[in-house]
Design a binder for this molecule. Structure first.
Ligand SMILES: Nc1nc2c(ncn2[C@@H]2O[C@@H]3COP(=O)(O)O[C@H]4[C@@H](O)[C@H](n5cnc6c(=O)[nH]c(N)nc65)O[C@@H]4COP(=O)(O)O[C@H]3[C@H]2O)c(=O)[nH]1
Length: 821
């Protein structure tokens, strides 16, 4: 009798489903006599079976038909609990059909009770097969688990055949690459190629995996949508039992974020290293763990210095480090950040103003791990701020404190005086006839004088005094705590002595004198406005008494100042109120004796004060900037009136118009002139512009350009007041001018027999003729003067002798009489 293998050596645990005990014993007997060591149990109901199935069995023998139970049901219960447990029907009643049915239902075998011969071999085979089935089932389960794991894995996986054709991809692959399994099956991983990897990487990859080794490396691949991603790859060959490669398995981890973060970090590091700001990272105890290039340079540290050993105190040897540790860090620890200004001392001992931002960085437990700080050198900004402040508080030309700073200081003085009952003095100084210096020697000379005066003023100041510049030729001295009147007078004398020394300018010695107006605090005012106004009134009084005068404020002084102020306000309204008109003074041709043109002269008839001289209000127009509008009005009115002369039958009469320095510097001058002649339809050559020689001499080169532009427009240019200024003959030659107007002061000299004046007039006429210029003598009041001019060969004359300036209507009336001189 043949018997089984494993089961032979061990005890066979058999479960009998049998209602007849003798039948069960018979079966046991037979098996034991066939060599099986048996451990067995008999059940004959479903409950008992279920109970028995809680234990483990090697085999089940079941009767097919039992009174309380039946084989089919028993088979179902057994399969339900253990699908692989072999079950053999041992029945006396089973027929072929039932046996086949039982096999279909999952029984492994059947044996007839009457013929147990087949039983031992069937037992052995079924046990063996069951073991195989179990193994296979377990293998399947493992495989299913594995493939589920691979499919669900976070790493992207694909499997190729030895030629590299893709046979499988997992979900992570689909997610990462954007390709679905269906899209890539049968294709090669070349679909992921980005062109960003070195070709050598691929040859190395193939060399390794074809050689049976594992490839490990980082690849840059491309998704279906074209974007790049970085993968840490492991590609391994799979071999069969003969060592032949059947597949390659590629596992990849997407490290794009890490790579990008690394790239960002290195970019950030480059920025930190490149920034001119000092960036440091410090532990809460002040140990420096990072210091950028700017910081290392600032503290003269070697690039390879071991930062961990460096403490804050090494960097900032002064109190700055203590402040950081004791004051700032604890505060940052609470609020998260701090920013402010500080002063730090560099290794070379230089104190540098800095702005600083400190940030707190927490660890995963919310504890302060370290602080980062950005320190910016703000010396430049501080310098700039100081410069701005200086500019805002000082006069640019003289570098003296300006009116703004003076007011501030005065305010402090007043506060002090209110507190301690002392006093102060405000002294306004105004240089006498400063305009003369400007007009005759030019602005550069004027500036040099103002600078010299400022320098000298400074030397007279006591530490508590202050000298300020008001702009222009006005200065202020604020004397703090003068002992009394004598002190003020002593200061005044000292100022005279120092300031009135001649100022050397080139070849010139310029003599400067000044007037002073003095107001005392608190007697003449206990606030800034009153004090300054009263000192100004005192100055006005001093100036109206002549040069080199001084005056202390007295309460009746403000009247005149108010008058001037209100005149200025009236002037602003004069143009719209039609209070201006022009008068014309004829110019006479000395050859023919008849009028060839007229000079336009502005008149202001004030509604209350009557006629006001242009000598008084033209400077006011200039000061207020009104000269631009009023000057333009004059130009238009003169052109219009000139056209009226022509219309009245006096064709070719020309008109000349005065142009002040401010008008000449107006960038719009050319446009305004062009508009006037075009709008009034006056031929350009009949308009003459009169400029004083000082205007053109101030900036001869700039003036030449403007004069040329005017000239090319056809307008005539006359140089007014010739002989009074510092004309350079050489320049006059180069200017495109048409007319020289000899100043009327020379005519007075001619009248009183001053031979030098007469000589100047003669020379001027000669000079003008030589240059091919027309020459006009102004201020002709007598027949003798006129004759003299004729004898000299002067072309034209203008003056009271021929006619005073006349309103338009009167001029027309005069013209109609066809006068001749
Ligand atoms: N003693 C005396 N004086 C004579 C004689 N002939 C003419 N005058 C006066 O001499 C001044 C000549 O004008 P200016 O030298 O250009 O000097 C002008 C000119 O510089 C300025 N001015 C007048 N009108 C205008 C104007 O429309 N624009 C500008 N910018 N300045 C003007 O005001 C100054 C004074 O003008 P006015 O008072 O009109 O004074 C005029 C005129 O009335 C004479 O024989 N004897």
């Amino acid at each position: 009798m043949s018997v089984a293998t494993k089961e032979q050596t061990g005890t066979l645990r058999a479960l009998m489903i049998e209602d007849v005990e003798d039948d069960a014993l018979l079966l046991v007997d037979y098996l034991q006599s066939s060599g099986f060591a048996l451990e067995w149990r008999r059940v004959d109901s479903e409950d008992a079976l279920r109970n028995a199935m809680l234990e483990s069995w090697d085999i089940v023998f079941s009767d097919f038909s039992m009174p309380k139970f039946n084989g089919k049901r028993a088979l179902q219960v057994v399969r339900e609990i253990d699908p692989d447990l072999p079950l053999i029907f041992v029945s006396g009643t089973i027929g072929e059909d039932v046996a086949v049915e039982a096999m279909k239902a999952g029984a492994q075998n059947y044996v007839m009770k009457g013929s147990l011969k087949r039983l031992p071999s069937a037992v052995t085979r079924e046990i063996h097969d069951a073991a195989l089935r179990r193994e296979q089932r377990e293998a399947e389960v493992t495989l299913r688990k594995l493939s589920m794991a691979v499919n669900q894995a976070a790493s992207s996986v694909f499997i190729t055949d030895p030629e590299g054709c893709i046979e499988y991809v997992n979900l992570a692959f689909e997610r990462l690459t954007g390709f679905t399994q269906a899209e890539v099956l049968g294709r090669t991983p070349a679909i992921l190629c980005s062109g960003q990897n070195d070709g050598a990487v691929y040859s190395e990859l193939w060399r390794k995996i074809r050689g049976g080794e594992v490839f490990r490396g980082t690849l840059v691949n491309r998704r279906k949508d074209g974007s790049l991603f970085y993968e840490d790859k492991i590609i391994a060959p799979i071999k069969d039992g003969d060592g032949r490669i059947t597949h390659f398995v590629s596992t990849g981890n997407d490290i794009t974020q890490r790579v990008r973060a690394d790239q960002d970090r290195s970019r950030l590091a480059a920025i930190l290293e490149g920034t001119p700001d000092i960036v440091a990272i410090l532990r809460p105890d002040g140990q420096v763990v990072y210091l950028n290039h700017a910081g290392r340079a600032r503290f003269a540290l070697a690039p390879d210095i071991e930062l961990g050993r460096l403490s804050l105190h090494d960097l900032f040897p002064d109190q700055f480090s203590e402040r950081l540790l004791d004051e700032i860090f604890p505060r940052v620890g609470e609020t998260g950040s701090w920013s402010g200004e500080a002063v730090l001392m560099t290794s070379s001992g230089i104190r540098v103003p800095v702005s600083q931002v400190v940030l707190r960085h927490l660890d995963e437990y919310g504890e302060v791990e370290y602080f980062s700080t950005v320190i910016r050198d703000i010396s430049e900004q501080k310098r700039y701020e100081a410069e701005l402040k200086y500019r805002a508080t000082h006069d640019r030309l003289t570098n003296l404190p300006n009116r703004f700073m003076l007011s501030e200081r005065l305010e402090q003085e007043i506060e002090r005086i209110k507190f301690d009952g002392s006093q102060a003095t405000v002294m306004f100084l105004d240089l006498d006839d400063f305009k003369r210096i400007n007009d005759s020697l030019g602005h550069a000379a004027g500036d040099a004088v103002l600078q010299a005066v400022a320098r000298r003023l400074r030397t007279c100041m006591r530490p508590s005094d202050i000298a300020a510049s008001h702009g222009g030729d006005e200065f202020t001295v604020l004397m703090s705590e003068p002992a009394g009147f004598d002190d003020v007078m002593a200061m005044l004398h000292k100022l005279r002595e120092v300031i009135e020394r001649p100022v050397l300018y080139g070849m010139h010695e310029i003599f400067v004198t000044f007037c002073a107006g003095i107001a005392l605090c608190p007697a003449d005012g206990d606030n800034v406005t009153d004090l300054l106004r009263n000192a100004d009134s005192a100055l006005y009084r001093a100036k109206s008494s002549g040069a080199k005068q001084y005056s202390f404020y007295s309460s009746d002084m403000n009247a005149r100042g108010d008058e001037l102020l209100s005149l200025e306000a009236d002037l602003r309204r004069a143009l719209s109120n039609d209070e201006f008109h022009l008068e014309y003074q004829p110019q006479v041709d000395l050859t023919s004796g008849s009028i060839i043109g007229a000079e336009a002269l502005i008149r202001w008839v004030h509604p209350a004060h009557g006629l006001i001289s242009p000598v008084d209000f033209v400077p006011m127009l200039e000061k207020t900037g009104l000269i631009d509008t009023v000057g333009e009005w004059v130009m238009h009115q003169a052109c219009e009136d000139c056209r009226a002369w022509h219309a009245a039958g006096f064709a070719q009469l020309r008109v000349s118009v005065n142009v002040s320095a401010l008008q000449f510097n107006d960038v719009e001058l050319l446009g305004k002139v062009r508009r006037a002649i075009e709008e009034e339809a006056l031929p350009a050559e009949l308009l003459e512009l009169e400029l004083t020689e000082n205007i053109v001499m101030r900036d001869p080169q700039g003036a030449t350009e403007i004069l040329q532009a005017l000239h090319s427009m056809g307008v005539r240019i006359a140089v007014d007041d010739f002989g009074t200024g510092y004309s350079s003959m050489a320049y006059l030659k180069t200017f495109p001018i048409d007319v020289l107007k000899i100043d009327q002061t020379f005519m007075r000299g001619v009248e009183i027999g001053d031979s030098s004046d007469a000589a100047i007039v003669e020379a001027s006429v000669l000079f003008a003729r030589k240059l091919g210029l027309e020459v006009v003598a102004e201020g002709v009041e007598t027949r003798a003067q006129l004759d003299f001019l004729r004898d000299c060969g002067c072309h034209l004359a203008q003056g009271f002798f021929m006619s005073r300036p006349l309103p338009q209507a009167k001029l027309l009336a005069l013209l109609r009489t066809h006068p001749s001189w």
